[in-house]
Write a protein that binds this ligand. Structure first.
Ligand SMILES: Nc1ncnc2c1ncn2[C@@H]1O[C@H](COP(=O)(O)OP(=O)(O)OP(=O)(O)O)[C@@H](O)[C@H]1O
Ligand SMILES: [Mg+2]
Length: 346
C-alpha cells in the first residue's frame, strides 16, 4: 500500500489469443502516468485449451513477460475474454442498494444462461430505466466459475495476486473513450478469432457482444478466394486492406463477404441500442485490435454507417514523456484492454 496515494500498485493484464499484454500506470483518477507496458506473442492454441500442460505453458509465457518487463508489483487486474462472458441489461424496481443486490441475485437465474451457483455474477447500476418509469437499469454480467477458477489457479501458480477480473469489453472503453464522454459511442476490438463490441452511453457500457469473426477469418477468406497460402494472404491483406484500387481490388473482393458479416453484427447492435434508448444518435465508432491496422478498414466502416470512425488510442487518457510519442503510437491499437484494466479505480 502506497502511503502517498492510498492506492496499491497493480497492473492490467490482457491474455489475448495471439499475445499477452500488460500495462502499469501510476497516479489515480484522470491523471495517470505510464509506468510500463509489455507484450509477448503466444501460440493461439494455448489460450483456447483447458489442458493442464497448455495452462502451464501459458503460465510460463506470463512469467517470461513479467521478467522481461521487470515488474515490481504482483498485483494484477485481469481481463476475461468476451466469449466467456454473458452480459445483459435488465430493469429492476428502485430499491436501496443492498436490497437491489438481493433482488438481482433472486432474479438472476431467469436472466443469465448458467446456474447462479456455477457463475460469478457482477452488476452495475446504470441509472433510471429508459423503458419503465420507477425502475432502474442494471448491467448484469456473468462468467462460469470454472473459467475463473482455472485462470486464478494458473495466475497464482506464477506468483500473481489477482485483485480483479473484468470482462475485456467493460475494461476497454475506459482507455479508449475520452474522459467525460456522454454521447453514445461504439468501441469494436477486432482480434484474432473474434471481435468484441461495446456501445457506451454516458461513458458506461450498455450493450456488449462477442462476434465470432476476426482477423483470422478475413485472412482465410483471402487465402481461399485467391487460392494463395495463409502467410501470403496475411501479407496482402495487411498491405492492401479494403482498397478497391490496389491489385485491381482483388483483396477487397476476396474479403468483402467476411468483413460484411462483421458489419451486419454492428448494424444489429446499433438497432438494438436504438430500440432501447430511443434513437439516441451514435457519435462515433472507435476501432481497435489487429484489424484496425488493415488499410481502409476504418474508412469502410465509416462509409457503411455514415459515422465518424477513429482508430482507438490506448494511451488517450495516459500521460507519458513526449520522446516516447512515436514508439507508443505505433502500438496504440493493441493495448486497449490492458490499459483499460490499468485505469480501474483500484
Ligand atoms: N501489421 C500487421 N501485419 C500483419 N498482421 C497483423 C498486423 N497487425 C495485426 N495483425 C494480425 O492481427 C491478429 C491479432 O490481432 P490482435 O492482436 O488484436 O488479437 P488478439 O488480441 O491476440 O486476439 P483477441 O483479442 O481476439 O484475443 C493476428 O492474426 C495478427 O497476425
Ligand atoms: Mg485482443
Amino acid at each position: 500500500m502506497s502511503i502517498l496515494s492510498g492506492v496499491s500498485a497493480f497492473f492490467g493484464l490482457d491474455i489475448g489469443t495471439t499475445a499477452i499484454r500488460l500495462v502499469e500506470l501510476k497516479g489515480s483518477g484522470n491523471v495517470r502516468t505510464l509506468v510500463k507496458y509489455a507484450y509477448m506473442p503466444i501460440d493461439s492454441k494455448l489460450v483456447m485449451s483447458d489442458a493442464k500442460g497448455d495452462q502451464q505453458r501459458l503460465g510460463q509465457s506470463i512469467t517470461e513477460l513479467l521478467n522481461q518487463a521487470n515488474m515490481s508489483t504482483r498485483n494484477v487486474a485481469v481481463g476475461i475474454p468476451s466469449q466467456k462472458v454473458f452480459t445483459t441489461l435488465a430493469d429492476f424496481d428502485k430499491l436501496p442498494i443492498d436490497e437491489l443486490g438481493k433482488s438481482i441475485r433472486y432474479q438472476a437465474d431467469s436472466l443469465i444462461p448458467t446456474p447462479l451457483d456455477e457463475s460469478k455474477l457482477d452488476w452495475q447500476l446504470l441509472g433510471d430505466s429508459p423503458k419503465e418509469e420507477g425502475k432502474v437499469e442494471v448491467l448484469l454480467s456473468s462468467v462460469p466459475n470454472s473459467f475463473i477458477e482455472s485462470r486464478l489457479d494458473m495466475l497464482e501458480a506464477v506468483g500473481l495476486n489477482v485483485i480483479a477480473f473484468e470482462p475485456d469489453n467493460l475494461a476497454m472503453p475506459r482507455a479508449l473513450l475520452p474522459n467525460g464522454t456522454t454521447a453514445p459511442q461504439i468501441v469494436i476490438d477486432v482480434g484474432h478469432k473474434s471481435a468484441d463490441l461495446v456501445i457506451t452511453m454516458n461513458g458506461e457500457p450498455r450493450l456488449t457482444r462477442a462476434i465470432p469473426t476476426g482477423v483470422e477469418a478475413i485472412i482465410r477468406a483471402a487465402a481461399q478466394n485467391l487460392n494463395i497460402d495463409e502467410k501470403q494472404a496475411q501479407q496482402f491483406v495487411f498491405k492492401f486492406g479494403l482498397s478497391k484500387d490496389k491489385l485491381e481490388g482483388q483483396i477487397y473482393q476476396a474479403v468483402l463477404s467476411t468483413v460484411d458479416l462483421l458489419m451486419a453484427e454492428i448494424e444489429k447492435s446499433i438497432k438494438f441500442f436504438q430500440a432501447r434508448y430511443g434513437n439516441a444518435p451514435i457519435e462515433r465508432i472507435i476501432v481497435t485490435g489487429g484489424a484496425s491496422a488493415l488499410p481502409e478498414f476504418p474508412l469502410y466502416i465509416a462509409n457503411r454507417f455514415n459515422l465518424n470512425v477513429e482508430i482507438g488510442n490506448s494511451w488517450r487518457n495516459v500521460a507519458f514523456s513526449p520522446d516516447r510519442q512515436n514508439e507508443l503510437l505505433s502500438v496504440a491499437n493493441q493495448f486497449g484492454v490492458a490499459a483499460g484494466l490499468a485505469e480501474r479505480e483500484e
